[in-house]
Ligand binder design. Structure first.
Ligand SMILES: Cc1cc2nc3c(=O)[nH]c(=O)nc-3n(C[C@H](O)[C@H](O)[C@H](O)COP(=O)(O)OP(=O)(O)OC[C@H]3O[C@@H](n4cnc5c(N)ncnc54)[C@H](O)[C@@H]3O)c2cc1C
Length: 304
């Protein structure tokens, strides 16, 4: 079913593409062609979920109610790069790896630390994507978006509550992001990009179907021998590995043997397999170490 309502084209029962490659679809799905159409989506639908690149997302097998908006349209994919000043403005639907390459080619430093992270610009900012070498918040100057009432909002960096894999921007539909990058030598920035990419390829199963790390790295309440001191943030992957979960499997979902914080999906897997496996991992880590793991992966389920 496809209904053209003035300029909002809404598709019924549409699949939602995610990097896990499993899960249900959207009851209603739209790719807004402009910010005005996005505003109308917000005005006319009580529940609106924003889809980025689907790289950190698991959709339950029964799909989701409400409207899913996908900003992968020309209106939200534009990118402006000023190599002289380092000012970069990217639409929320722009592809992050492409933006990283474009800024590195222009000799701008900052985003190369995000090498190999699949994302839309909007999704990367909302999740504060990052890793060993840095996070996107380090390069953000301001974020533009619409609040749930459709009002235009501009938030400078110091008004955004960025933290580890979080931004506090959950009530905003991010429409574009302004970055302040550092003009530098293209060769040096390219070498740094290669270094970040090589580390990622060496440590993570990038070719498999997954959503990257399933759990956030927890901060320990107390000392854990051979793991870390109380108050320190430790690797969730290490805890999952030490709890004996590598290779653990539920249906078609499996804990990667390469990186224990990655769940990879095989043919025939469903979202419920991944959810059950995440619950099992969390229970084993809690039993073994008394540490409660919090999910990094966002799970969409029906609200009724
Ligand atoms: C192979 C692989 C490796 C990965 N490695 C890393 C890594 O090293 N570091 C890291 O941090 N992450 C990593 N991830 C996870 C993922 O890349 C990031 O979390 C990324 O930021 C997700 O962006 P997305 O556009 O795909 O968002 P989605 O998965 O589509 O959405 C994630 C959340 O953001 C919200 N959202 C998306 N766009 C918007 C918007 N415009 N406005 C408001 N809300 C929005 C969604 O509603 C959802 O709640 C990896 C994933 C994979 C598959």
């Amino acid at each position: 079913m496809s209904v053209v309502d003035d300029k909002i084209e809404i598709t019924g029962h549409a699949p939602i593409q995610t990097w896990f490659g499993v899960g249900g679809g959207a009851d209603l799905y739209a790719k807004p062609a402009s910010i005005d159409v996005l505003r109308r989506c917000l005005a006319e639908h009580e529940t609106v979920r924003v889809l980025g690149d689907g790289a950190n997302l698991l959709v339950d097998d029964g799909g989701v109610d409400g409207l899913v908006v996908d900003l992968d349209t020309a209106a939200f994919r534009s990118v402006e790069v000023d190599a002289a000043s380092g000012r970069v403005v990217a639409g929320a639907g722009a592809n992050l790896p492409n933006l990283v390459n474009q800024t590195v080619r222009a000799g701008l430093a900052g985003l190369e630390v995000l090498a190999g992270i699949p994302a839309s610009v909007g999704g990367a900012v909302v999740m504060n994507a990052g890793g060993k070498f840095g996070e996107i918040a380090d390069s953000v100057r301001a974020v533009d978006g619409l609040d749930r009432e459709g009002e235009q909002v501009r938030l400078p960096r110091d008004e955004i509550d960025f933290g580890y894999r979080r931004s506090g921007l959950n009530d905003l539909v991010v429409t574009s992001v302004e970055f302040a990058l550092e003009p530098g030598d293209p060769g040096t920035v390219r070498d740094r990009l290669k270094e970040c990419m090589a580390y990622k390829k060496h440590t993570q199963p990038l070719a498999a179907d997954s959503a990257g790390c399933c759990f956030k790295n927890p901060t320990l309440a107390d000392d854990l021998p051979d793991i870390g001191a109380g108050g320190s943030r430790v690797s969730a992957g290490l805890l999952i590995d030490r709890a004996g979960c590598k290779g653990l499997r539920v249906g078609g979902a499996e804990v990667s043997g390469e990186h224990a914080n990655f769940i990879v999906t095989h043919d025939g897997a469903c979202a419920r397999d991944v959810i059950t496996l995440m619950d099992l991992i969390a229970a084993r880590v809690a039993d073994r170490f008394g540490v409660a793991l919090g999910r990094e992966v966002v799970v969409w389920e029906r609200s009724r």
